[in-house]
Design a protein around this ligand. Structure first.
Ligand code: ADP
Ligand code: MG
Length: 381
């Protein structure tokens, strides 16, 4: 990917870049719809990544090319004075420039060329990978003082306020702060992170990621509805967020909720937070194989209580488990996206074949399947 970005830069700008910066896609191992409830998530970085080749150019002007777009986009300081002036894919780049300038940084003008093997819109966070790679490039080119722990918040601001996508802090934290062989335990309330050993290779395990290829059905509206239900329930319970309902306090909390649907939504969030904590405990103790049942329980909770899975996703999970996966679950916001399965390294092909066969039986568009080991976060390459 680094070579592709380099080539795109040289052919686009007829000069060599000053450097190349990579940022990975991510999957969330466990902890779904917990982020906006101030809870816990546990993502890890994928070997798939976005690479930006870049060099300074004179004046406050930025030119950006992507392999995915025919034409380069150029914008000047005037177009990054307020959110939303640059639209389309280049808004993610302009948003980073805007957020840096808003934070008082003297952002150098730059030419950028982007290459990526993170699939777009599959829930693997190509948007945060793009933001993080551009951010790393601009910080290094300008010699800006912005430590890694402050970067996720800035990239998130680019996406929330400039692009206008209401995401949490997980994606940007994962792509910037993850480490190879580790998952990133993130407390979405405090934004504190901890690197948890997740050395799949050493345990002769792998994560299989299945891109369901399911069309996103009403995902935005359903997401907003789940979020509103959770916020109303927290209000009813008199807590700042559902994170404040403990697993021990769940039964009492459910008794105070008005209807069965709200009770099921709350039960998902509270038990899901608990499953993240139990997964972290197991991983800390070296029990990597034992997390499988927690992954599978998370899936059942998303399917039955939170009602965010679709037939393609449930089919992939069931087929993976039947073929010997130690655990499997949907990952991401739901209504499509990806499934992950924890499998013995020597079973990856058999499990992948079983999922593909189950898809074919049901007449679904064939899935895309790849193996993932926890990769490093954003870095010059
Ligand atoms: P996800 O982050 O799950 O992949 P999003 O909808 O959040 O999905 O972000 C996808 C968008 O990010 C794309 O539609 C595009 O605008 C932008 N994007 C991501 N990667 C690239 C890239 N390599 N080149 C151009 N635009 C990209
Ligand atoms: Mg995204």
């Amino acid at each position: 990917m680094a070579e592709r970005a380099e080539t795109a830069f040289r052919s686009g700008y007829a000069e060599p870049p000053a450097g190349r910066w990579a940022a990975p896609g991510r999957v969330n191992l466990i902890g779904e719809h917990t982020d906006y409830n101030d809870g816990y998530v546990l993502p890890f970085a994928l070997p798939l990544r976005t690479v930006v080749a870049a060099a300074r150019q004179d004046g406050p002007t930025w030119t950006v090319r992507s392999e995915l777009a025919d034409e380069p986009v150029t914008f000047t300081a005037d177009e990054v004075t307020g959110p939303g002036r640059v639209t389309g894919w280049a808004a993610y780049v302009a948003g980073v420039v805007w957020a840096l300038r808003e934070a008082g940084h003297d952002v150098p003008g730059a030419r950028l060329a982007i290459a990526s093997d993170v699939p777009l819109g599959a829930g693997l966070s190509s948007s945060a990978a793009l933001e993080a790679a551009v951010l790393a490039a601009l910080v290094d080119l300008g010699g800006l003082d912005l430590p890694a722990e402050d970067r996720p918040r800035l990239a998130k601001r680019a996406e929330n306020a400039y692009v206008g996508a209401p995401t949490g802090i997980m994606d940007q934290s994962a792509t910037i702060r993850c480490r190879a062989g580790h998952a990133l335990f993130l407390d979405c309330r405090t934004e504190a992170v901890e690197h948890i050993p997740f050395d799949l290779a050493a345990a002769s395990l792998a994560i299989l990621v299945v891109d369901s290829r399911a069309p996103h059905r009403h995902a935005d509206g359903e997401y907003a509805a789940r979020r509103a239900t959770c916020e109303r329930a927290a209000d009813t319970l008199g807590v700042p967020a559902l994170r404040d309902v403990s697993a021990d306090g769940l039964a009492a909390a459910l008794d105070r909720l008005p209807d069965d649907e709200t009770r099921r939504r709350v039960r998902h969030v509270v038990t899901e937070n608990q499953r993240v904590l139990e997964t972290v405990d197991l991983l800390r103790a070296g029990g990597i194989r034992e997390i499988g049942p927690l992954l599978t329980a998370s899936h059942a909770s998303m399917r039955d209580d939170f009602a965010i899975t679709v037939p393609e996703i449930d089919t992939a999970v069931e087929a993976a488990l039947a073929a010997g996966a130690l655990g499997a679950r949907m990952t991401g916001g739901g209504f499509g996206g990806c499934v992950l399965a924890l499998v013995d390294a020597d079973r990856t092909e058999a499990v992948a074949a079983a999922v593909t066969a189950a898809y074919s039986d049901r007449g679904f568009t064939p899935p895309t399947i790849f193996t993932a080991l926890p990769a490093p976060g954003a870095t010059p390459v």
